[in-house]
Structures are given as structure tokens and as C-alpha cells.
Ligand binder design. Structure first.
Ligand code: ACM
Ligand code: ZN
Length: 536
């Protein structure tokens, strides 16, 4: 008997039991979360009371999301009693623009935000609390709580490459839903590539027919393989579809940053219009992965004319201030041989091809600045020198971001070491049966969580770090199920660095993730199982 008791005791001690503290469940972790006596009975009769028309829309989105938890849809109204209600309001005088207060009391729920976006964040917290709360007889029992919350970083992003593989409009919207749940506020949309051009440009209709399609696609991860799938592949997002997606994101308070790549990763454009390249082609939309030597010619004025015409239409579609203009992985081989590029170097008094890339990027940046926009570029834009106003996205580790912050440029940290979620996510991808991924090194959930965007910077320099981002390249991802498998739960780890930097704790994050998982299940998100099964 004694032995049996000892065994039982040992089992109890070694089994991690996650006690559900019903309100202390939010990912990313709030600044403060104080339990109060009492609880609120949320029923199908509870009304969402929103003080403005756009908050009514935020309330409707919340009601739709809550339906998977409650099984019923709440009514949203502009005026109704404040009790047995979820009251939404803005107080821009006392709260910061992304700051919110969430109060659950015996008689109702109050969310006050410094802006409508902040109220939307409060609703995401409420949704997570609701999903963690007991449900019986159509009633959710919400534990009373007072939450005060605001993000650490203003930029919390997630990039999606729709060029290597394209995804349906509905899938992109679902991707945006996932970002919204985690209080991600920037969707970086990678739209042009060697392997496909994905945005309709009315002045250049051939991009939709030529640049948007490749004859076949290499199979597997070996870039030098001779095995192809023999399948014509591609597609385009029409301008109407782009508008629909940007509007969908805007309703969820997410800014969309389009990326139009230059001077490299341009083979799809060059195939469509060979005059855009140094040699004049012919070119072929790429059917394999890697870095092509064929890039935009920096010597011909017709290249800049093309890019400016494309950007003119892009600016009409994307209202947010920032435009990403790429700048990564542009080999200089063709520029070295090209008389136009060499003449440009001479005429502009440039030292070499690195400075020619700086000339290229700065010329486009000036054009965008004149139209009230700002640029983001990958960390290669540092190489030949950059303007003070360019924002650097650090991807080859953090060193580019550190160098840029020391120069006084704004930085977004997205180092591949922590933020490339196309990489495998366990230390033994074969043993764990992971689907095909980028195999450079594993980026586990813990690794993503441990990102410290301030490493190597003093207090003054840290002010230039505007935020963090995960990047989802899709060379090996052709289905939306696989995409979600790569995105979740690592997006949650990134979200916590972006929102809760300075207040992170992996063991508490793990506890909350096991609770959030239930909402993932209810939403039908195809998250990766490894972490939840104790594998990293
Ligand atoms: C990149 O991953 N080439 C930015
Ligand atoms: Zn050239």
C-alpha cells in the first residue's frame, strides 16, 4: 500500500498540471491581469454595445469569432443598456493608441482603448478568455478581472510569400485572422519574385499572363535536382482581390505592406519584358529555387520608368505609409558586364556595383518619399550606403539590424536564426515526421520565443528597433494546411516578443499556449503538434 501511494505521489509530482486561471490565459502576455471577486455570465442575450460605426464592425467580427466558442452569435448595437453587455469605447486622451483596459465584472464587460485598434486588441483578449472559460447551458462563466495592457513594440509583423506558391484569397484572409488573434499589426505581403509575379498591374497586363506562370516546379529540396513536376503553375491577385484583402486586413486593424522586389528576384518581370534586364534575355520564369544572376538593369532609364509605373498603381491599392522594396540577394555579375550599368556608374561617380545598388534603391526611395511614402528594405541595402530615412529589415541574423540601429536607421528584427518559420521546427525533423521544410537549422518554438531584438545595442540605439517579424517563405509550402503548420504556434512566440518584451517567461507562455490551443482547435487552425506533444 505504501509503495502504491508512493507511486501515485510520484506520478502527481511529475505530471505537469496546468491549473486554469480562467482570465490569466492571454497570449501575448498582458502588462497586468488582476483577478477580482465574482464572475460574469455571458449568454446569447449579452449585447455588444459599440459607441461608433467602426466599433460596431469590430464588435461584429468579435461576435463571429465568439460563435465557435459560444455556439451562438451575439447582437451588436450602437445603443443599449450597459449591463449584460460588452461595452466598447475609445478614450484617446488618457490611453496610448494601442493601449486598452479590459474589465470583467459581475454585471458586464468594459473595453476602453486609446483607439479603435486598441479596442480590437481588447476584444482578442476577451475572445481568448471566453475560449478558456467554462461553458454550460449556453452560458460562459467569465472570471472577473481587470486587465491593463499595451504593446512594447509598435511593429509586430508577419510576412507571407505568395510567389513561390500562391494561395487563395480566402486563405490569405484566414492567415490575416490568425495574425489578428495574436495582435500582429503588420502583414508584409511578398508579391513579386523570380518564380512568379502575383499582383495585377493594369499598365502591364502581360505580367498577369506571362510573369505570373512558370512551366514547372523543381521537386524536393535539392536545388540542383533534375526532377521537375511537369506542371504549369501560377496565378495572379487581381486589383479587385488586392483591394478586398487590404480592406479585410483594415477591418482587423492590420496594415498591409506590399513588397515589390528590386533589383534582384525579378526574373518573372524580366521574362515578361526582357528589355528590363541587362542582356535583353530571353528569360524564363524560374522553375527552381535560389538566387538568379538575372536582375533589373540599373543603367537603363526604362527600368526606372517601369518600376515607377508599377509603384504608381501599388500606391493606389495600399494606403499604409510603408512600401517594401526588397534589395536582397542581387548578384552583381550582369551589372559588371553591362555597358548601360557601367555607364551609370561612371556618370554618377559611383565607386562600384555596390554603390550602384544604393543608387538604385535611393532613386526609388526618393520617388516614394515625394509621394509621402517610406521604404523598408532587406539588410543588404546597407552594403553600398543607405539614406537616413530607410528602414532596415534584418534577416541574415541580427548583425544588419545592429549596424543599422548604430547608424540611426529604423530597424525591424526578423533574423533567420529565430524568425524564419519556413525552417524545420524540431531538432530532429526526420524522427518527428515534419513535412518538407528549409533545413538550414531548426527554428524551434523556444528559439523564436528567445529572440532578443535589443542584443548588442545600448539604450540609445535600442530606440531605433521598431519591432519584430516572422517570415514565411513558401518554396516548400504549397497548401494552406502546410502553411498553418509552419505558422502556428511559432507566430504566438513572436507575438509575445513584440507585445510583451520585458515581461516574457517561457514556462508561463507554455502554460498559456496549452490553453490557447483549445481556441486553435475550435477555429480549426492546423497548428503544428510538436510543442504540444512535448517535442522541440
Ligand atoms: C531573404 O530571405 N532573402 C530576405
Ligand atoms: Zn544593366
Amino acid at each position: 500500500m505504501k509503495r502504491i501511494l508512493l507511486v501515485v505521489f510520484a506520478i502527481i509530482c511529475t505530471t505537469v498540471v496546468y491549473a486554469v486561471d480562467y482570465a490569466n490565459v492571454i497570449v501575448p502576455r498582458p502588462v497586468s491581469c488582476e483577478a477580482v471577486e465574482g464572475n460574469f455570465a455571458l449568454t446569447p442575450k449579452t449585447v455588444v454595445r459599440a459607441e461608433s460605426l467602426s466599433l460596431v464592425r469590430a464588435g461584429e467580427i468579435f461576435a463571429e469569432d465568439l460563435e465557435v466558442v459560444l455556439g451562438k452569435t451575439l447582437i451588436v448595437k450602437k445603443s443599449s443598456p450597459r449591463t449584460n453587455a460588452i461595452n466598447l469605447s475609445v478614450d484617446a486622451t488618457t490611453l496610448e493608441s494601442e493601449q486598452y483596459m479590459l474589465k470583467i465584472t459581475n454585471v458586464g464587460v468594459w473595453i476602453v482603448g486609446g483607439s479603435e485598434r486598441a479596442v480590437f486588441f481588447g476584444l482578442q483578449s476577451l475572445l481568448q478568455i471566453a475560449a478558456a472559460s467554462p461553458l454550460s447551458n449556453d452560458t460562459l462563466t467569465l472570471a472577473a478581472v481587470t486587465i491593463a495592457d499595451k504593446p512594447h513594440f509598435e511593429y509586430r509583423g508577419s510576412m507571407l510569400d505568395v510567389c513561390r506558391h500562391i494561395f487563395a484569397v480566402e486563405d490569405v484572409k484566414r492567415y490575416i485572422d490568425i495574425l489578428a488573434l495574436h495582435k500582429i499589426n503588420k502583414f508584409h505581403w511578398h508579391l513579386t519574385e523570380d518564380q512568379g509575379w502575383r499582383i495585377e498591374i493594369k499598365q502591364y497586363p502581360e505580367l498577369s499572363h506571362v510573369g505570373a506562370y512558370r512551366h514547372q516546379t523543381i521537386v524536393g529540396r535539392n536545388r540542383h535536382s533534375k526532377v521537375y513536376d511537369n506542371t504549369y503553375y501560377g496565378g495572379i491577385f487581381t486589383q479587385e482581390e488586392v483591394k478586398e484583402i487590404v480592406a479585410y486586413a483594415a477591418e482587423r486593424y492590420i496594415d498591409v505592406i506590399p513588397e515589390i522586389e528590386m533589383p534582384g528576384h525579378a526574373v518573372a518581370a524580366l521574362t515578361t519584358y526582357p528589355y528590363l534586364g541587362c542582356s535583353g534575355g530571353p528569360y524564363e520564369v524560374w522553375t527552381r529555387w535560389g538566387i538568379s544572376k538575372n536582375i533589373f538593369c540599373a543603367g537603363k532609364d526604362t527600368t526606372f520608368e517601369f518600376i515607377e509605373n508599377v509603384l504608381t498603381e501599388v500606391l493606389e491599392l495600399f494606403p499604409y505609409k510603408y512600401i517594401h522594396i526588397g534589395g536582397d540577394e542581387a548578384p552583381r555579375d550582369e551589372w559588371k558586364k553591362c555597358p548601360h550599368c557601367q555607364k551609370r556608374i561612371k556618370d554618377e561617380g559611383l565607386k562600384d556595383e555596390h554603390q550602384l545598388q544604393s543608387y538604385f534603391m535611393e532613386r526609388i526611395e526618393r520617388w516614394l518619399n515625394e509621394r509621402g511614402r517610406s521604404i523598408i528594405g532587406w539588410d543588404e541595402i546597407l552594403q553600398g550606403g543607405i539614406s537616413k530615412s530607410a528602414t532596415v529589415m534584418s534577416w541574415r541574423g541580427s548583425k544588419g539590424g545592429i549596424a543599422a540601429a548604430k547608424l540611426g536607421n529604423h530597424v525591424i528584427m526578423a533574423p533567420n536564426t529565430h524568425c524564419y518559420i519556413d525552417y524545420y521546427q524540431t531538432s530532429d525533423h526526420k524522427a518527428n515526421g515534419e513535412p518538407l521544410g528549409n533545413g538550414r537549422f531548426p527554428v524551434t518554438l523556444r528559439k523564436t520565443y528567445d529572440l532578443d531584438p535589443y542584443v548588442g545595442l545600448n539604450e540609445e540605439q535600442q530606440k531605433f528597433i521598431k519591432g519584430v517579424q516572422v517570415n514565411l517563405w513558401t518554396e516548400y509550402i504549397s497548401t494552406f494546411d502546410h502553411l498553418q503548420h509552419m505558422l502556428l504556434p511559432r507566430l504566438a512566440a513572436l507575438a509575445e516578443t513584440g507585445w510583451s518584451y520585458g515581461n516574457k517567461d517561457y514556462s508561463d507562455f507554455s502554460r498559456r499556449m496549452h490553453i490557447l490551443r483549445k481556441l486553435y482547435d475550435k477555429q480549426g487552425f492546423n497548428y503544428a503538434p510538436y510543442f504540444f506533444n512535448g517535442i522541440e
